[in-house]
Structure formats: C-alpha cells, structure tokens
Design a protein around this ligand. Structure first.
Ligand code: ZN
Length: 250
C-alpha cells in the first residue's frame, strides 16, 4: 500500500523547486527529493539545491527529507543538440522569453525522462505522489509541462505496473512565477539559496546571475510583480528587458 504522506519531488536549484519542497514539507509530507544532472550548462544549480535542502532539513527536523542526484546521461548523446541548455556551442538567447528563445532551451523529453525515474523511486519508497514545479509560464513551449501531458503520464504509470497507485502532480501549473514567489514568501522560503541563471556562473560570473538570459529576466520579473524582495546578485540589470503589462514607461 502506498504511504499517503510520502512524496517524491523533482527539484532543480531554482526558486520554483525550492517553493515546491517547502510547500510539501509545510503540508507534512516525508520527502524524497531528486535532482538530475542531465548535462545542463548550469549544473551549478545542483550546489544550490544542496544548500536550500540543508536549510529545509533544519526547519522541518520532524520530517524525513532525503535527497539524491541522478545522473541522466542522455544529454551527452546530444552533443549537437538544438538546445542551448546542453550544447555549449550554442549561445543562450538574451532578453525576456519569447516563443523562439524558449525553444532554444527545450531538451527533448526531459520531464518524462525525469518523471519515470521519480516514479520508479516512488514505487520503491511506497510514496503516493510524484511532483514537479511546472508553472503557467512553461506552458507555451514546453509540452511536458501541460495538463494533457500530466494526465497522459498518469495513464502510462497506471498501465505500466499493477498494485500501487502513484500520482504525478503539478500543483503550480496554474500559477504564474510571481504567484510562486508570493507563496514562497508566505512559506519563508530562502530565495537567496536558489539559482536560476542558465549561464551557470560561467565567464567569471561566479555567484552572480547573468541578468540577461530568459530565466534571469523571468526571475527578476517574478519578484518585482509579486512585491517580494529579490536577494539575487545580477551581473547585468534585467530591468532593461522587462515588460510588465500596464507599466506606463514601455
Ligand atoms: Zn542568466
């Protein structure tokens, strides 16, 4: 029988994942957190995942919080990939996300690959839930962040094995990133321990976010729209790429 208060969460080093972990911890779930090394340029994010998970364990010392990093070497077979996320020869697009620039960050079948690993761990843990932190802004270019994908994946799980019921959840699917920031602030999430930038501190950026890639601009905008203090050190001011609806100066 699955244990209903045990969840396996897919977490990167980013703010959405950190809020996801806090959300389930606050609800009292025992957690098995899984991070993936899939050849991403910004592998630095995994160091940040370690940091916020150490902090999470201290805050929720009543919970069992396990963390494992899974090596997913598919990306190494895709050296000529169109994705600037894993192909170091491709330039990361700058500026606010557009449909085209988001396309450059698609890694084929990334989420189904990760979710299948997570479901396997959930089976072994007798966990009832697998969750990941897709949000509304991921909808346009990432099909594996949409409801139709989650529903189809749950069907796949139910016909792949008999016995345990494991359900994939995507609780932030209808949230904007600003709403996730606001929820995180309510849960007192340590955003300073999270990492978003796709440049991953390369070219001397070290612990500074580049401030010009799509995910940096999205992060900056989320904090601004949410009215939540942004603890991020940006090497360049993301303000130059910002387009907030209703702002007079655009
Ligand atoms: Zn960046």
């Amino acid at each position: 029988m699955p244990i209903t208060n045990r969840a396996v969460l897919i977490v990167s080093g980013g703010m959405d994942s950190c809020v996801l972990a806090h959300y389930y911890a606050a609800a009292g779930f025992q957690l098995h957190l899984l991070s993936f090394d899939y050849g991403q340029k910004h592998v630095k994010e995994l160091t940040y995942a370690e940091r916020y998970i150490t902090d999470l364990r201290a805050r929720y010392s009543n919970l069992e919080i396990m963390h494992d990093t899974i090596d997913l070497p598919i990306a190494r077979l895709l050296a000529d990939s169109d994705s600037a996320l894993i192909n170091t020869n491709r330039q990361m697009p700058h500026g606010h996300y557009t449909d085209d620039s988001m396309k450059a960050t698609v890694v084929p079948y990334r989420n189904p690959n990760m979710l299948l690993q997570a479901a396997t761990v959930a089976w072994n843990d007798h966990a009832s839930v697998v969750a990941y932190a897709a949000h509304q802004g991921d909808y346009s270019q990432y099909p594996d962040c949409r409801k139709i994908f989650v529903d189809a994946f749950n069907t796949l799980l139910s016909v792949s094995m008999e016995g345990q019921q494991i359900e994939v959840e995507s609780p932030f699917m209808r949230f904007t990133k600003a709403q996730i920031a606001r929820l995180g602030a309510t849960l007192q999430v340590p955003f300073e321990l999270t990492w978003s930038c796709y440049e991953g501190g390369s070219d001397g950026l070290d612990d500074r976010h580049c401030g010009v890639c799509g995910t940096c601009v999205e992060r900056y905008e989320a904090f601004r729209v949410a009215g939540v203090p942004d603890p991020t050190a940006y090497a360049n001011d993301p303000e130059q790429y910002l387009h907030i609806p209703g702002r007079a100066d655009q």
